[in-house]
Design a protein around this ligand. Structure first.
Ligand SMILES: Nc1ncnc2c1ncn2[C@@H]1O[C@H](COP(=O)(O)OP(=O)(O)OP(=O)(O)O)[C@@H](O)[C@H]1O
Length: 208
């Protein structure tokens, strides 16, 4: 089982309940705007503490209110690709990628900078700054930074939004390669039914 999640979250006045188990591969979290999809990703990453419940990924207990377990984000081995990417604007692509690499405990690293750049087809971009990149290029850099941090799983918030068809295809291909070649479980938020149908091994619907 890749994800085994049963949590209640609070966001302001809102209570968000989410419960699912997922096999290996890509799990898509879908639901209307405001249903709490990004909040669930934040909880899995350890950035939002649930009110109660448990979060188990790849057999590792990350959060369990009953047992009092709540691993810090840096101990979750989680690669997060945020909706707004959060690249460092003042750092070149190479340094954005190395930031992820330096975060990774050496024993968890499975790729180096050169390998990640080749895998994501971003080698020609290494000396550029994020603001000079297209949306698809920036998305691949953000994915690269996440992969270099040595994750055991990936969380991706709307990785295909705001991309034209060609760039979207490139990111879909990257996600398919991560699934096939790196075998990392991926929990992905998307509102596009077509993308979900193509990519997801399992779909989880979050209701408001
Ligand atoms: N920091 C916050 N403080 C208070 N409420 C918040 C905060 N962040 C999100 N919310 C609220 O929590 C609810 C869930 O938000 P969330 O962003 O998780 O939903 P979502 O399903 O990802 O939405 P979207 O598809 O629009 O991105 C919304 O009602 C939102 O307004």
């Amino acid at each position: 089982m890749s994800f085994d999640i049963d949590v209640t979250l609070r966001r302001g006045e809102r209570s968000i309940a989410c419960r699912f188990t997922a096999p290996a591969g890509v799990t898509a979290l879908v639901g209307p705007s405001g249903a709490g999809k990004s909040s669930v990703l934040e909880a899995v990453a350890g950035l939002l503490k649930p009110v109660s419940g448990r979060i188990v990924v790849g057999g590792a207990m990350l959060y369990d209110s009953a047992a009092g377990t709540n691993l810090a984000p840096e101990h979750r081995a989680c690669g997060m690709v945020f909706q707004d990417l959060r690249l460092f604007p003042h750092r070149r692509v190479r340094d954005n990628l190395l930031y992820g690499y330096r975060l990774a405990p050496p024993e968890r690293r499975f790729m180096g900078l050169e390998e990640a750049a080749a895998f994501l087809d971003i080698a020609p971009l290494l000396d550029r700054r994020p603001r000079t990149l297209s949306g698809g290029e920036a998305q691949r850099v953000a994915i690269g930074r996440a992969l270099l941090s040595g994750p055991r799983f990936l969380l991706m918030d709307e990785p295909l939004t705001a991309l034209d068809d060609a760039r979207r295809e490139a990111i879909i291909a990257v996600i398919e390669r991560i699934r096939a070649e790196l075998a990392l479980p991926i929990l992905l938020v998307s509102h596009d039914r077509g993308d979900v149908a193509r990519l997801a091994d399992q779909v989880v619907e979050l209701r408001p």
